[in-house]
Design a protein around this ligand. Sequence first.
Ligand code: ATP
Length: 245
Amino acid sequence: MTDILEITDLEVTYQRSILALHGVNLRVAKGQITSLLGANGAGKSTTLRAISGFIGLDNARVNAGRVRFLGEDITGLQLPRTIHKGIVLVPERDKVFTNLTVAENLEVVATSREEGSKWQQIEEEIFVYFPRLAKLRNKPAGLLSGGERQMLAIGGALVCRPQLLLIDELSLGLAPVIVDEIIERLREVHAKTELSMLLVEQSAAVAFALASYGFVLENGKVELEGATEDLRSNQKVLDLYLGTG
Ligand code: ATP
């Protein structure tokens, strides 16, 4: 299986001295959903920042190692060039434009991506993936629930036509019922498009519901990796992330 993303021996420091990643190795297979599990402070967000081009914007620096995307070395590549390559991080759900409607939020992204002319087709695609957003299309985003905003944030990322979709903690702070709905919608997106995804999660239940392969990050290093069915029965994962310890 080809890898769309390959990270080797990645070391990232903050403010020149705080070592956040200590040589991370991970891969995302093309067309697959991969999870990255880890507790608070394990380095999940730093890894995502390094992939999505936020590095250098917040005193973070790649000290060593490589990030390859579709075989090309993109180590240290910054926004918006990462987006042009097809690497798109779902924005935080609170960053939607609250005074614009759902449709306008999606349209702003499409227009900024010079996809404006194809806007109607793109809008319909997003609304097919997220029927709930279709019903809310004329509602200001500020009036949406947290889960609906999360769907809008994912929809906005999909407008960018990603080749690799990065999702940070999609379930954090949301009610289980809406998390289940988002998982179901993402499954459908994946079934239709085979979009490669990297899902960063503190919740093993969410990670395992979507991903076929996973990595477990601890103190800035990958401690464990494997197929989801193997991780599910791994004693360490059971103890740390599924609350059976
Ligand atoms: P969380 O789920 O709490 O966000 P995480 O797994 O995403 O955790 P990171 O946010 O990547 O972990 O943090 C990894 C390490 O880097 C931590 O020790 C953290 O304190 C440190 N760190 C993160 N951001 C910064 C920053 N802007 N400046 C200094 N240190 C930072």
